[in-house]
Design a protein around this ligand. Structure first.
Ligand code: DGY
Length: 324
C-alpha cells in the first residue's frame, strides 16, 4: 500500500505530481492555513507531511500523528516545527537549503539598496504626481559603495550576501559562533568580529541567523543602541530575531537611520509603528520568491519526504545522525 502524505497548503504542481507517483496524497490545495484542529485530524493516518513555515507543527500536532515518519518543510528555516518532539518520536525533519540561497541574497541586496536610496519613497513621489523638476536635494539617500556591511551569521545566505557586497566595494564584517575557514574568509575578504563590535563599526547590518531560543530578540534595545546613528538594519531571516517594538522606538528616536524588513515578529501582522515610519522599507516575506526557486523548494521537499518513506536517507535532514 502506498504511504499517505498530507500536503498542508498549495504548492507548485510539480511537487504533487512527484508525490503521487509513490504516495497517496491528501492535498489541501488552498492558500489558507489549516487550523490546528483540522491539521491534527488530517495527520491522523499520515506517514508524511509536506508543510510550510505558516504551519505550526508543535508537540501536540505531532502527538496527533501516530504514523508520522517525516516532516518535510518547504523552507530552509524550520522554527515552525518542534524538532525535539519529532526526534523523540523518531520522525525525520527535512528542509530545503541551497536552492534559495542566491535568490534570498539578491532580495537582501535589493532591500539594502532600496532602503539606502529610498526607492519606494521615490516611486511614490512620482506616482503621486509630486515630481515637478530635478532638485539638487530631492530624495537623497545614503551611499552603499565603499561602506561597511556587518553580516550577522555567515551561513550559505550570509556568504552569498558577502559576495554581493564585495562587488559593491564594501568592507565586509561578520559575526558567527566560529570564524569561517581561511579559504572562505579570504574569498569574501570578510573580517570576523564579536557581534557588539560589528554593530559599532557597520553602516549596514544584515541578519542571516536561524531563529532559535538563543537568537530570539538577538537585536533588542541594548544592541540597537550600539549601532551607528546613520546605520540601516536589514532583516531577511526571521522576524523574531529583532525585538520589533524596540526597533520602532530606535527608529523613532533616531538611534538608527532606517530598516529594510522582509520578515516580521508576528507575520502577517506588521507593527503599526513600522507602517507609520518613512525610513523603513517593508516587504511581505518574499526573500526566496522567484518561480524557479519556489518550484525547486516544493520539489525538494517532496523528494525529501519520499526518500524517508522509501527508507532512504533524505538529502536534507535537519537532525544529526539520520540513518541512510
Ligand atoms: C525560508 O525558506 O526559510 C524562507 O523564509 C522562505 O523562503
Amino acid at each position: 500500500m502506498k504511504p499517505r502524505v498530507l500536503v498542508t497548503r498549495h504548492v507548485y504542481p510539480a511537487a504533487i505530481a512527484m508525490l503521487q507517483e509513490e504516495c497517496t496524497v491528501d492535498y489541501h490545495d488552498s492558500h489558507d492555513v489549516l487550523p490546528k484542529e483540522r491539521l491534527r485530524r488530517r495527520l491522523q493516518h499520515a506517514e508524511g507531511v509536506v508543510c510550510q513555515l505558516t504551519d505550526t507543527i508543535d508537540a501536540e500536532v505531532i502527538a496527533a500523528a501516530p504514523q508520522l515518519r517525516v516532516i518535510a518543510n518547504v523552507a530552509v528555516g524550520y522554527d515552525n516545527i518542534d524538532v525535539a518532539a519529532a526526534t523523540a518520536r523518531g520522525i525525520v525533519v527535512t528542509n530545503t537549503p541551497g536552492v534559495l540561497t542566491e535568490a534570498t541574497a539578491d532580495l537582501t541586496f535589493a532591500l539594502l539598496l532600496a532602503t539606502a536610496r529610498r526607492l519606494p519613497e521615490a516611486e511614490r513621489h512620482l506616482r503621486d504626481g509630486k515630481w515637478h523638476r530635478w532638485d539638487v536635494d530631492l530624495l537623497c539617500g545614503t551611499d552603499v559603495a565603499g561602506r561597511t556591511l556587518g553580516i550577522v551569521g555567515l551561513g550559505r545566505i550570509g556568504r552569498a550576501v558577502a559576495r554581493r557586497a564585495r562587488g559593491f566595494g564594501m568592507r565586509v564584517l561578520y559575526s558567527a559562533p566560529r570564524p569561517a575557514p581561511d579559504a572562505t574568509a579570504a574569498e569574501l575578504q570578510a573580517v570576523h568580529l564579536p557581534l557588539d563590535t560589528l554593530l559599532q563599526q557597520s553602516d549596514f547590518v544584515s541578519l542571516h541567523v536561524p531563529l532559535r531560543a538563543e537568537t530570539r530578540h538577538l537585536i533588542a534595545v541594548e544592541r540597537l543602541c550600539r549601532m551607528r546613528r546613520h546605520a540601516i538594519l536589514i532583516n531577511t531571516s526571521r522576524g523574531p530575531i529583532v525585538d520589533e517594538a524596540a526597533l520602532v522606538a530606535a527608529l523613532e528616536e533616531g538611534l538608527i537611520a532606517g530598516a529594510g524588513l522582509d520578515v516580521f515578529e508576528h507575520e502577517p501582522t506588521v507593527h503599526p509603528g513600522l507602517l507609520a515610519l518613512p525610513n523603513v522599507v517593508l516587504l511581505p516575506h518574499v526573500g526566496s520568491a522567484t518561480v524557479t526557486v519556489r518550484t525547486l523548494m516544493c520539489t525538494l521537499a517532496a523528494k525529501n519526504c519520499m526518500a524517508v518513506l522509501r527508507g532512504e536517507r533524505p538529502d536534507h535532514p535537519v537532525q544529526a545522525g539520520v540513518p541512510g
